[in-house]
Ligand binder design. Structure first.
Ligand SMILES: [Zn+2]
Length: 205
């Protein structure tokens, strides 16, 4: 099943690989559906009260980059990471290793790629927090993110042939020890060949 998982717990954790091209509805990717009006300067979620007169379905990418709209402050539609958030993402694993507090759901601990044109929705069906590392063909770790137990997270990811390596456990210690002595490991046995603008889904548990 996997290169890392050898212990009996593997029996309980059949890794289910569901890779599907699908648009996640709950996170901000370029193709997330949002709504605009004929004349307004903001974009909205589908149920916003400002959509009474006109309601035009569009994508987050078009709303922001084509129509130059900003998110409505009433309905709080999905938004791209702000430049400040983007700039705060460490570019090396060394920076991420100092992380002592439990990371947020969907937090990117480091990313070596500035451009991440595709998405991966990681569905964590287990009762463990997951630290997911994406590794390229030459064995370099290029991206690392955190998904809390029982949660889903949609992450902007780079293109290329990438493997998922998952460390999971109950209580986060820090970026060096991960979940301490009880850290368990699993990995996707097949590399993903991620093309530009693709939305992947991975189900764990
Ligand atoms: Zn609104």
């Amino acid at each position: 099943m996997s290169g890392f998982c050898r212990k009996s717990l593997c029996l309980f954790f059949a890794l289910v690989f569901i890779f599907a091209l699908s648009v996640p509805a709950f996170a901000a990717s370029a193709r997330t559906t949002v709504y605009r009006t004929k004349t307004g300067e903001h974009y909205h979620t589908g149920d916003c009260r400002f959509l009474g007169k006109s309601k035009i379905k569009t994508t987050l990418d078009a709303a922001v980059n084509e129509f130059h709209l900003t998110p409505c402050s009433v309905c709080n539609p999905p938004a791209f990471e702000t430049e400040a958030e983007e700039a705060a993402i460490p570019t090396t694993e060394e920076a991420a290793a100092t992380k002592t507090t439990r990371p947020a759901n969907g937090e990117v601990l480091f990313s070596k790629n500035k451009t991440r044109p595709s998405t991966l929705t990681f569905e964590n069906g287990t009762n463990y927090d997951c630290l997911v590392t994406m590794t390229n063909k030459s064995g370099t770790d290029v991206l690392q993110f955190y998904v809390r137990k029982g949660k889903d997270a949609t992450i902007d990811i780079p293109t290329g042939v990438l493997t998922l390596n998952i460390a999971y456990g109950s209580t986060w210690k820090n970026g060096e020890e991960l979940f301490g002595k009880n850290t368990q490991y699993d990995s996707g046995e097949e590399a993903l060949d991620i093309g530009k603008g693709e939305d992947w889904t991975f189900t764990f548990g």
